[in-house]
Ligand binder design. Structure first.
Ligand code: ZN
Length: 235
């Protein structure tokens, strides 16, 4: 086990994975978290394993051509869409793909997650849907990037979700809140509840500017108490 700094991208990706796991976004051994390597045609990406066991030295650096640049496992075609998105979207610094339970349930409707919770304001007008026919797993990266277009969320029907954001922290916490919004949507729809209307931009600004950063810091403090193996890998 190598020791890394707390601000090392490999540590932050490992921490993000554990935050996702403890917030209902565990996605068996598939599902990945990646971050663009600044100034390079490359990105850092998490391994095929459960989210709550990821350590910094399991995170590898991969070229946009899917060549392994640093680390000890070979990238598979299943991570190709990360490269395609970084290629197409200069505004994207991080990509999170999960199969979290409630988002995965909601997307069986092949439409955006309905707005039953005020949290859904974060995703208003930002969700695209990709209908998978199941014949081409993994789906070709450029098709995924094209379906995402300029949106922040790509719902994959009967599969899961891809979220993109400028930073790892934002992408990770938005994944947590989308799962929460989907949990509301699934439960409220079956309870006969009513959705909320369009939300004010101020709510979205509050969620983005105050709630997301506080959630990341708060989750990091929780990990410090619980995930001793992760912090033992940092100096
Ligand atoms: Zn998947």
């Amino acid at each position: 086990v190598i020791a890394v700094q707390l601000d090392d991208i490999r540590f932050r990706i490992a921490a993000a994975r554990r935050m996702l796991a403890r917030n209902g976004c565990e996605s068996y051994v598939a599902g990945h978290v990646s971050v663009r390597a600044p100034g390079e045609d490359a990105f850092w990406i998490s391994p095929f394993e459960y989210f709550d066991e990821t350590l910094p030295d399991r995170v590898i650096k991969v070229g946009l051509d899917l060549r392994l640049l640093e680390g000890d496992w070979e990238p598979s075609p299943a991570v190709q869409f990360h490269a395609s998105i970084y290629q197409e979207r200069v505004d994207v610094g991080s990509v999170v793909h999960t199969h979290s339970q409630h988002v995965s349930t909601a997307v069986t409707r092949s439409e955006p997650v309905a707005r039953y919770s005020v949290l859904a304001a974060l995703f208003e007008g930002e969700q695209a849907v990709y209908v998978e026919d199941g014949t081409t797993p993994p789906v070709e990266g450029r098709l995924v990037a094209a379906a995402l277009g300029s949106q922040q969320v790509l719902l994959l029907s009967n599969h899961g979700v891809i979220l993109v954001a400028p930073t790892l922290e934002e992408a990770t916490m938005r994944a947590v809140l989308l799962e929460e919004a989907a949990r509301f949507a699934v439960a409220a729809a079956s309870a006969g509840g009513s959705p909320v209307g369009a939300s004010a931009p101020a709510r979205r600004d509050f969620l983005n500017g105050s709630v997301l950063p506080a959630m990341w810091e708060s989750n990091l403090r929780r990990l410090r108490r619980t995930d001793l193996d992760l912090f033992a890998a940092a100096s």
